[in-house]
Design a protein around this ligand. Sequence first.
Ligand code: ISE
Length: 335
Amino acid sequence: STLGIAVIGTGKMGADHVRRIGRTVGGARVVAVADPDGDRVKAVAAGLDGASAHTDPAEAISAPGVQAVLIASPGPAHEEAILHALERELPVLCEKPLTPDPAGALRVMEAEQRLGRRLVQVGFMRRFDAEYERLKELLDAGGIGRPLFLHCRHRNASSPSFFTSEMLITDSVVHEVDAARWLLGQEITAVSVLSPTPSSAAPEGLRDPRLVLLETAGGAIVDVEIFVNCGFGYEVRCEAVGESGSAQIGEGQSMVVRSAGLSSGEIAQDFTVRFADAYDRQLRRWVAAAAQGRVDGPDAWDGYAAAAVSAAGLTAAHSGVRTPVELVERPALYL
Ligand code: ISE
């Protein structure tokens, strides 16, 4: 039997997931789609056999045949859609950020605790990337000793028109926040943000690039260069430095051409290309678990912890002062 999915939000990521469910992931089909843009959602539904189109997410979630919900609307719209899905006890895959602020994430955790089970997975798809998995295995095996630093670079060719200075932290660096927590198995305890004079290639008023420093409970330091209008392509690199070695991922494994005195390789232009396999694997794993009425990926606690780091990051960015991260005690459901 195939899992009936409602897709909430048919922008760039929603449309990408709809394509993915049709082509690369078996055992699932899209039965309902929702988007505030009525024309866009009708166009997406028209390309799907028998899927209903809605402008109201709640309607799509309660449409006939919906057994699981994939949320790809903008961050501020996530909480409401998640709570509707939880009311119906449906498994959820929610794009990052779970919620833009920790208060919303706490409400999601409370709803799950009332149900007594975890049904929400957050779309931190780097955990499903082959290079990240190898780095995680190496660190877990003690291959480079106790980790001291993660040096991270996160660059986008350009940012979409709706991108704000806050989103560099809440929507982009949030990936490094989750990756660091997962790779090191440690919570992040404090955040500092430095912002150089913005690149003249960045849209007017956008604080781009920025340097974000994360301190972890185990005494490691993570530095993240976020640069969302670098112009030349999409790059996500990470070098881990430990007491007995270092390991680097994201250097690009594609063909290198030497010709006419130059050596050159291709740079992916976009995250849907660089992380295509990770998105596929994330969705396959989620569909397999959701078919059994459960989730097994990064959960609402991970979404909450990331939101708490983002909140500290925004305070640090505005004040220029190193800001501690405040976390509630981890509820038993998430241990
Ligand atoms: C976007 O929302 C993502 O999730 C991408 O992975 C990230 O590189 C980009 O900066 C974000 O805007």
